[in-house]
Design a binder for this molecule. Structure first.
Ligand SMILES: [Ca+2]
Length: 314
């Protein structure tokens, strides 16, 4: 059981996981708990980019082993931000970090100002992202200490032109790729980031405020709805995960197992409670609302059935 708890803790971003919790989720088989999309490579097109003038890699940020042979570091053209920070900006690439990309989307949804204040473009073309880490103060317990991570503008690509991992929906908008890269540097590499994590940990790193995770099975639909409604009203980001183990039950549902989605809004219509969500791929959704942009709504009952975990920023 010990390895299950270790794996589960890693998947959930280092949060302590009880045996009961792991059993409840069916975490009983040894497997990698990264997001389902770790083996998923998005078709990406339309990026204009110039190959990096420097020898590569320019920075020691490891990519997953299977990407080592065919990764080319390149410097895409574009701007850090275009038209502000939006929930629909971040698009996940071929890295299993749905928790990170959905975390960015959920944060941009409620606190674009946090992202604006955390990311700085430097005169030399590099970028600095401010994160917060725990620092221990003896009797006073933990406090958050800012940590500044500087990265240059080069990104992993396959052919020198298209970002291989996170990017903007507008491919000229660089902030999702830059924050992902800085987080990877902070965390010890893209390969570490791809091993799974929690959006609550990302939010904590960006806001300095502790987040939390809940098992939705322990709450009634209306209580869940109220929790999400209150969090969003307080401008705290919300996300939710499908089952990280029982992925087969999502076949033909329009949802992916082992995948984290941003919760953008909750609302009532015609006496029914709904949750509006977003797939970090920027496409792929249940039902047909006429626009396959990854944004869709579920009734609160369907949400509770499909999403055993929800995450809240502090
Ligand atoms: Ca849609």
């Amino acid at each position: 059981m010990a390895w299950v708890l270790r794996e589960a803790e890693r998947y959930f971003g280092g949060q302590a996981v009880s045996k009961r919790f792991a059993e409840r989720l069916g975490l009983h088989r040894k497997q990698q708990m990264a997001c389902v999309c770790d083996n998923h490579c998005m078709p990406i097109g339309g990026v204009t980019a110039a190959p990096s003038p420097r020898p590569q890699p320019t920075e020691d940020i490891a990519v997953p082993a299977r990407h080592k042979a065919d990764t080319v570091w390149a410097r895409p053209t574009g701007q850090l931000v275009r038209d502000g920070f939006g929930a629909d900006d971040p698009i996940q690439g071929g890295l299993g970090d749905c928790y990170l990309v959905s975390g960015l989307s959920a944060l941009a949804n409620v606190r674009p100002d946090v992202l604006r204040d955390a990311i700085r473009q430097n005169p030399d073309g590099t970028f600095t992202v401010r994160f917060y880490k725990d620092s221990f103060l003896g009797l006073f317990g933990k406090s958050k200490k800012p940590v500044y991570v500087t990265v240059d503008g080069t990104l992993p690509t396959k052919d020198g032109s298209k970002p291989r991992y996170a990017r903007g929906r507008d491919v000229q908008e660089l902030w999702p790729a830059i924050v992902e890269k800085a987080y990877a540097k902070l965390d010890g590499g893209y390969d570490k980031v791809a091993k799974g994590g929690s959006p609550a940990t990302l939010w904590q790193a960006l806001t300095g405020r502790s987040g939390s995770m809940q098992l939705t099975a322990f709450k009634s639909g209306s209580r869940l709805f109220d929790d999400m409604k209150n969090a969003l009203a307080e401008k705290r980001p919300v996300a939710a995960s499908t089952n990280p183990v029982a992925t087969k039950k999502y076949q033909d549902s329009g949802l992916s197992g082992k995948h984290v989605y941003a919760v953008l809004a909750v609302y009532e219509r015609g006496g029914e409670k709904y949750v509006r969500m977003r797939n970090p791929w920027g496409y792929g959704e249940p039902g047909s609302d006429g626009r396959d942009d990854g944004v869709f709504e579920l009734t609160i009952d369907a949400f509770k059935k499909k999403f055993p975990l929800s995450y809240y920023g502090g």
